[in-house]
Design a protein around this ligand. Structure first.
Ligand SMILES: Cc1cc2nc3c(=O)[nH]c(=O)nc-3n(C[C@H](O)[C@H](O)[C@H](O)COP(=O)(O)OP(=O)(O)OC[C@H]3O[C@@H](n4cnc5c(N)ncnc54)[C@H](O)[C@@H]3O)c2cc1C
Ligand SMILES: NC(=O)c1ccc[n+]([C@@H]2O[C@H](COP(=O)([O-])OP(=O)(O)OC[C@H]3O[C@@H](n4cnc5c(N)ncnc54)[C@H](OP(=O)(O)O)[C@@H]3O)[C@@H](O)[C@H]2O)c1
Length: 277
């Protein structure tokens, strides 16, 4: 990230920046709020992943060793670059630094994608529900741009809940852009239904994902029947408490949790580890 400044007498004159292990170059950075930003980096030619998976990314820490964290890849598998959507934790070991990256900087990216929020982990169905809070929308930013999503389902519903309206903007802009996307706009058509809500600032739709599912409000608002195990599939990504509460509601509708090795009606992944900042 910084120009080489230390040289021993025997060192040749450096001609390029030092390279981090598994280095990728930052190409774009956007700050959405004082605690959320997104960025794009170059993609290693050898990296193959399934839309919805996550990788380990990071920077060199103060001790000189790689400081890595799990990050969902927010871009789809077909994209030439990789996109990430990140929190800024004020004293977070990684994000207190990562939030200052600029185009041209290097980050570390370990090219070993994994994760449960993938199409292979679900049985075929009619409707696919993406249920997210906060940065939990990141894997769905990938899957909403994935053609397989629209090949496999008649309808895709993106429920995203944040405390405040500004925290929804990354998702809102992405969904809005898909209609005119030259690559997948036609596939998306009117299959993608966006249902954003806030919980702590007035907005046209409010309430927790859990409350809107349990009360039936979202089904009434969208003119859909309540979830059933024959037709509905779901992918869940939020805090541990969110994931636990949503899982209970989905099971109440008769859906069962699946995995890569055992596809069923819904899958869950943590958006972060810990109870909150
Ligand atoms: C499978 C998986 C995928 C992840 N994908 C993403 C992603 O796409 N984008 C992203 O920003 N983070 C993601 N995370 C969280 C990420 O790994 C780091 O925790 C985050 O980057 C903060 O790192 P840090 O070193 O600054 O602080 P940490 O020491 O890692 O975290 C400090 C505290 O901040 C809170 N926190 C951490 N991450 C978040 C978050 N995303 N939202 C709200 N509170 C948080 C938690 O309370 C945590 O204990 C993911 C985590 C997992 C397990
Ligand atoms: N978002 C902010 O403006 C902000 C600012 C500074 C610091 N922080 C801190 O950052 C941490 C993470 O905040 P965050 O807003 O990203 O994530 P969060 O606390 O998980 O909240 C994100 C959204 O999920 C909802 N939610 C939380 N738990 C839920 C559950 N069990 N079931 C259903 N919905 C649930 C919240 O609703 P409720 O509002 O009803 O809880 C909120 O709309 C928190 O510790 C917070 O104190 C947040």
């Amino acid at each position: 990230m910084t120009e080489a400044t230390m040289m021993t007498e025997a060192s040749p004159i450096p001609t390029a920046k030092p390279h981090l292990p598994d280095a990728q170059i930052v190409t774009e950075v956007r700050h959405w709020t004082d605690r959320l930003f997104s960025f794009r980096v170059t993609r290693p030619q050898s990296l193959r992943f399934r839309s919805g998976e996550f990788v380990m990314i990071g920077l060199i820490g103060d001790n000189g060793k790689p400081l890595l964290r799990a990050y969902s890849i927010a871009s789809p598998a077909w994209d030439d670059a990789l996109e990430f959507y990140s929190i800024k934790v004020p004293d977070g070991p990684l994000t207190s630094k990562l939030q200052h990256i600029l185009p041209g900087d290097e980050i570390i990216l370990r090219p070993k994608p994994v994760g449960t929020l993938v199409h292979d982990a679900l049985l075929p169905g009619k409707r696919l529900w993406f249920l997210a809070t906060g940065t939990g929308i990141a894997p769905f930013a990938s899957l909403m741009r994935e053609p397989e999503t629209y090949e496999k389902y008649d309808q895709v519903i993106m429920m995203h809940t944040c405390r405040e309206v500004a925290e929804l903007e990354y998702g809102r802009e992405l969904v809005e852009s898909l209609k005119d996307d030259p690559l997948i706009g036609e596939m998306v058509g009117d299959k993608l239904v966006y249902y954003p809500t806030t919980t702590r600032e007035p907005f046209h739709h409010m309430g927790r994902v859990t409350d809107n599912l349990a009360s039936g409000k979202v089904f009434a608002d969208l003119g859909l029947p309540p979830m059933n195990p024959g037709d509905d599939r779901a992918m869940v990504c939020g805090s541990l408490a969110f994931n636990v509460d949503v899982k209970a509601i989905l099971e109440g509708f008769g859906l069962c949790e699946g995995a890569n090795s055992d596809p069923r009606q819904f899958v869950v992944e943590k958006a972060f580890v810990g109870d909150g900042i």
